[in-house]
Design a protein around this ligand. Structure first.
Ligand code: ATP
Ligand code: MG
Length: 258
């Protein structure tokens, strides 16, 4: 049965998509069977996995509204060697259209049950908002991975996210846990980066992943080729870090079961 993780942070541009795509490809390199769910109407994860979001016959939008199912809508990322439940702008409409539906927070969870046997990991890339889409991600997941930039404002908003996660686990999904905070776009030459990173460790202890993802231009270049960074330039510092993060996740889910 797949372990399902949401990559969430309502702040924009903090590295959610880069983390989801590279973790998916990193886990695939470790022979894990992975499905990436793109839950963001921007469709960045879809494109980053090498799938043209303009040419989808079915997407996560149809799946959420019950017009298609995951087996029909999923596509293969050839470059990343994982499956993708793709998305595009259409998904923005789902937010409103789902209001009418029963169990609207649990549409994704119910849809993923169909393919849970096919994967070791399902990774959900959330949009930058605490919206109905993100709520669907949180209801479907066993755990949340929170990417954070080590900057002054990083901690702002973290309490909103933590409260949302608490509420969801109290009422809708008792399984849900924060798996960890992932420090991304880390710049060791900046004193502030180091200070915020130390603070995170002091406050959150082993909820902070050991792996640090450095700022690395190869990770930023890779999406324009439709290739995950860990495949595009495996020897780059960014790729190496995401591969190490994949290994850390494999270890961490063993503890999650206990
Ligand atoms: P959004 O909230 O819009 O969905 P996001 O949280 O998914 O954004 P990304 O799209 O992953 O964030 O990253 C934002 C930008 O930063 C992108 O241009 C990406 O290529 C770049 N980026 C992400 N991580 C790194 C890194 N470690 N090193 C260098 N650039 C990075
Ligand atoms: Mg994104």
């Amino acid at each position: 049965m797949a372990k399902i993780f949401c990559v969430a942070n309502q702040k924009g541009g903090v590295g959610k998509t880069t983390t989801t795509v590279n973790l998916a490809a990193g886990l695939a390199k470790l022979d894990q069977r992975v499905l990436l769910v793109d839950l963001d109407p921007q469709g960045n994860a879809t494109m980053g996995a090498g799938i043209n979001k303009a040419k989808l016959t079915a997407s996560v939008y149809e799946v959420l509204l019950g017009m298609s199912d995951v087996k029909t809508a999923r596509l293969r990322s050839e470059s990343g060697r994982f499956d993708v439940l793709p998305s595009n702008r259409e998904l923005a409409g789902a937010e409103v259209e789902m209001v009418e539906l029963e169990n609207r927070e649990k549409r994704l969870r119910d849809a993923l049950a169909l393919v849970a046997q096919d994967y070791d990991f399902i990774l959900i890339d959330c949009p930058p908002a605490l919206s109905m889409l993100t709520l669907n991600g949180l209801c479907a997941a066993h755990g949340v991975i929170i990417p954070m930039q080590c900057e002054y404002y990083a901690l702002e908003g973290l309490s909103d996210l933590a409260n949302t996660i608490k509420k969801v686990s109290a009422s809708l999904n008792p399984d849900l846990k924060i798996v960890g905070l992932l420090r991304v776009m880390f710049d060791p030459r900046m004193t502030l980066s180091q200070q915020v990173s130390d603070q995170l460790e002091q406050h959150f202890g082993d909820k902070v992943f050991k792996t640090l993802i450095p700022r690395n231009v190869r990770l930023a270049e890779a999406p324009s080729y439709g290739i995950p960074g860990v495949v595009f330039d495996p020897s780059s510092k960014g790729a190496q870090a995401y591969i190490a993060f994949g290994a850390e996740m494999v270890e961490r889910i063993k503890l999650l079961d206990k």
